[in-house]
Ligand binder design. Structure first.
Ligand code: PEP
Ligand code: MG
Length: 321
């Protein structure tokens, strides 16, 4: 059984009508990177680098960071993508060694790329540590919580300076998370200035519906299947493709098999799932026709609520089945 599961896992994620999608992993350790490959992960779509920084009393040294990134990059090898997201902490995830003022609204405060740009030394060291793995995998760098063009420009400038300081002539690919509505709405402006987008449906849903993603009483309503979120995904994909850039989804939605027809139909190119769900997501892709997915996605964009979208997906009988 295990042998059969492993064989299934290594199959490509190609729809019945022959469209191949990339299924990668969300990881936060070397162990997860290795597990992802065993389960058929085709790369890493989101390395949450926070694990290197949290629960310690001093910042990780550049060498320590570099050793971890290079071990993960070696596990991926030169044929696979490795998307390293820069530090995404803030008011709700404090660091003992980065003094931060208490904030009334930490989710609307100094978090993600904002915090790193306020403390550029932190970002410089992280870039240097990441750049050391340039030759080991298909390295991508991704900025979290981007809401303004100026943040992308500043971060790119710092990355270019750090690359130049070690004599690196070709920069790794640089992309941004689309997880703030302003970035999704202005995806056509961002697209020419990045190499890729990855949609963070957890935060995108939180900020679009103005519902705390961890609120116990809002859990059923803070649903990424809401048509407002789907419209932002659609806007993002169209803008990216108009400029020849690829779009992934790395929020929890990409780990839900029910969302697969929707996300494929909206045109995303890559799904980055939590490691144990990679085989199920690949199987769900092999089960559908892209043409059917496009029809259900078009319909979903016209519906009124997340509940209606889920119902439509559950009662959907694609012509290919
Ligand atoms: C997201 O917001 O969807 C995401 C992938 O990032 P995180 O869950 O780490 O905030
Ligand atoms: Mg996020």
């Amino acid at each position: 059984r295990r042998q059969r599961d492993l064989e299934q896992a290594s199959l490509a994620a190609t729809t019945r009508d022959g469209h191949r999608f990339e299924v990668t992993a969300n990881i936060a350790s070397l162990a997860e990177a290795e597990q992802a490959i065993e389960l058929g992960g085709e790369g890493v779509g989101l390395l949450r680098s926070e694990f290197l920084y949290l629960e310690r009393s001093s910042a990780p040294s550049q060498d320590e960071q570099a050793a971890t990134y290079s071990a993960i990059a070696r596990a991926m090898g030169p044929e696979r993508n490795l998307v390293v997201r820069t530090l995404d902490v803030g008011g709700d995830k404090p660091l003992a060694y980065v003094p931060m003022e208490a904030e009334a609204n930490p989710f609307l405060g100094m978090r993600g790329v904002r915090l790193c740009l306020e403390r550029p030394q932190l970002l410089r060291e992280q870039f240097r540590a990441i750049l050391a793995s340039c030759a080991l995998a298909r390295l991508h760098i991704m900025l979290p919580m981007v809401s303004q063009l100026s943040e992308l420009r500043l971060a790119r400038q710092i990355l270019e300076e750090e690359a130049a300081s070690i004599g690196l002539s070709t920069l790794p690919k640089l992309g941004i998370m689309i997880e703030v509505p302003s970035a999704a709405l202005m995806a056509d402006v961002f697209a020419p200035q990045v190499d890729f987008f990855s949609i963070g449906t957890n935060d995108l849903t939180q900020y679009t519906l103005a519902m705390d993603r961890d609120h116990p009483r809002l859990a059923s309503q803070a649903d990424s299947f809401h048509p407002s979120v789907l419209r932002l995904i659609s806007t993002t994909v169209k803008a990216a493709h108009a400029h020849g850039k690829w779009v992934g989804v790395c929020g929890a939605m990409a780990s839900e098999p029910l969302a697969v027809p929707l996300l494929l139909g909206l045109g995303v190119d890559e799904l980055s799932a939590s490691v144990p769900l990679i085989p199920a997501i690949k199987a769900a892709i092999r089960d559908v026709q892209l043409s059917d997915c496009e029809a259900i996605a078009r319909q979903a964009l016209t519906l009124e609520s997340a509940g209606q979208v889920r119902e439509a997906l559950l009662s959907w009988r694609p012509s290919s089945l």
